[in-house]
Design a protein. Sequence first.
Length: 82
Amino acid sequence: MKTTIDIPVRLLLQLKKVAKERNTTMKAIVEVVLREALAKQRRPRAAYRLQTHTFGGQGLQKGLSWDDWGTIRDHAYEGRGG
């Protein structure tokens, strides 16, 4: 299928240069790049896992929860004017 898209001049010149260097067509490069970009969009991102560290302790103090950042912050700034 044919379609028309607007490509900024600088980008088009880069594309032409790369195609010439690789002895291929602009169409081939655009297809590869689009496939890669679309494949990245479909991949689910891995859930971020916060790494926790303790220094010679046993984790959080009794009664604290990682889900209760307000209380943790209050304890961290206790007596420091925060």
